[in-house]
Design a protein around this ligand. Structure first.
Ligand code: ADP
Length: 451
């Protein structure tokens, strides 16, 4: 026995009786009828149907107006509009207002019944999907709910019961989910969703008819672990700095109580040099953990051209030591970007230092700043050793150093991880184009502030 309830609204008695008694009742549906929308609205006070089927042209209120008033009152019951007119704009308007289907009279009973069945018994999902502890959602091409399991109800809309056919935007996490869908590229993609309590990795699959399946995996514990790791690194980096300061202090004392002979002097210099490079490494690690943690309250308008000029001045020594030619191309009237001056200085400094470092003596380093529509684009180009294509995606990882760099150039592999972290934090993009033994161009794109 089918216990689904349908409210049928039509001012023509003949149509009403035919649809209710000849089409729907034999399928076992419980049908209640109303002769116009006002009566239907009154009935809805006591009767809560699983589906509303309504005619369009009726005295007093049209089917569309009825649908609109239902949706405005927050009622998301699936709705089928029937009409005698053949009007495409009416159909579009009905779907826009949230109708699930549209039938022009006379219609084929089979097709009509199929639509009713589809709306009332949506996706015959196996019990397993319902019981899955991972939230699973299916939506149609208009982003209206077609299937959800208990976990989806619990995690994505704890405050509001999900309703068949309801626009996704109306569930609690709807806006966040919709923005993931907007960013989806291709038929499959993966994105992250933060809800009040949890972090999910969301698998998005799109079918050829535009409907989509979202499967969410709870990665809150991985997040927690990642945070613990970062906290640990940050605590260790912090605590190691004091003993290092003490070591430097003792080396200094040794020299003062000296005199040291030539070898002792050389050993002392080595100690100082190594302690300095450990300190730099620790500073980078601390910086990275701060950037990953997302602290950075004070964003302000920052002019990149000024930062570039300062950085280049500070690098004059290294540039002339390696006999590099420097070319500065800074377009006039570049807008400021909203950001942290200290962090953006780190970006410019890292990119220019790398260009100098990874270019054999007598090379050419070019720093170019220009505007591209609403974006400010910084490009640092060198004629250095380059990066092979297979390593280009890896250089942004912590501690990664390209094969060609490891033996010949000093470094920790943290600089670009810091740069990438900062650019992400500023909502920008960074990428590299590079040819081994010819050179590299690192480009950064940040949104300019409208004047
Ligand atoms: P580091 O320079 O300390 O090794 P980075 O994170 O700044 O660390 O860079 C990561 C790796 O990317 C470098 O080890 C090097 O292999 C490569 N790289 C970065 N900049 C350049 C460049 N301008 N030219 C060639 N390789 C580069």
């Amino acid at each position: 026995m089918n216990s689904k309830r349908i409210l049928l609204v039509d001012d023509s008695e003949e149509t009403r009786n035919f649809i209710a008694q000849k089409i729907l009742a034999p399928e076992g549906y419980h049908v209640q009828v109303a002769i116009h929308p006002q009566e239907a609205l009154a009935q809805l006070q006591q009767f809560s149907p699983d589906l509303i089927i309504s005619d369009h042209s009726m005295p007093g209120m049209t089917g569309l107006e009825f649908l609109k008033s239902l949706r405005e009152a927050g009622r998301q019951t699936p709705f089928i509009l029937m009409t005698a007119e053949s009007s495409e704009s009416l159909a579009v308007e009905a779907l826009r207002l949230g109708a699930q289907d549209y039938f022009r009279k006379p219609f084929q009973i089979d097709t009509f019944l199929k639509a009713v069945t589809r709306l009332l018994m949506p996706t015959p999902a196996p019990a397993l999907l319902h019981q899955s502890s991972s939230p699973i959602l299916c939506i149609d091409a208009q982003a209206r709910l077609r299937f959800w399991n208990q976990a989806a109800q619990q995690h994505l809309s704890p405050g509001k019961a999900l309703v068949m056919g309801q626009p996704l935007s109306e569930c609690d996490a709807g806006d966040e989910l919709l923005s993931l869908l907007e960013e989806q590229e291709g038929s499959y993609s993966r994105a992250e969703l933060e809800t009040a309590q949890k972090t999910f990795s969301v698998d998005l699959n799109q079918a050829s008819d535009g409907s989509r399946v979202l499967v969410l995996h709870d990665i809150s514990s991985l997040r927690e672990l990642d945070k613990l790791k970062s906290d640990f690194v940050s605590a260790v980096s912090h605590d190691l700095r004091s003993p290092l300061t003490t070591i430097l202090g003792y080396v200094d004392l040794m020299r003062r109580v000296g005199p040291l002979n030539e070898s002792q002097q050389k050993f002392a210099d080595n100690i100082v040099m190594n302690v300095k490079s450990i300190t730099e490494l620790l500073t980078d690690l601390l910086d990275l953990s701060k950037i990953e943690a997302g602290f950075e309250a004070n964003f302000e308008p920052v002019y990149l051209d000024a930062i570039i000029r300062h950085t280049v001045e500070a690098q004059r020594g290294e540039l002339s030591q390696k006999a590099h030619k420097l070319e500065l191309q800074l377009q006039d009237n570049i807008p400021a970007v909203q950001g942290s001056p200290t962090r953006l200085r780190q970006v410019v400094q890292n990119l220019i230092q790398n260009a100098i470092k990874y270019t054999p003596p007598g090379g050419h380093v070019k720093v170019h700043l220009h505007r591209d529509q609403r974006f400010v684009v910084l490009q640092v180009t060198d004629t250095g050793i380059g990066i092979p294509p297979e390593e280009q995606a890896l250089i942004w990882d912590k501690f990664y150093r390209a094969q060609a760099a490891v033996s010949d150039f000093p470094g920790t592999g943290l600089g670009l991880a810091i740069v990438k972290g900062i650019i992400d934090q500023h909502g920008g993009r960074i990428w590299v184009e590079s040819v081994p033994n010819q050179g590299s161009t690192f480009s950064v794109m940040l949104e300019g502030i409208d004047e």
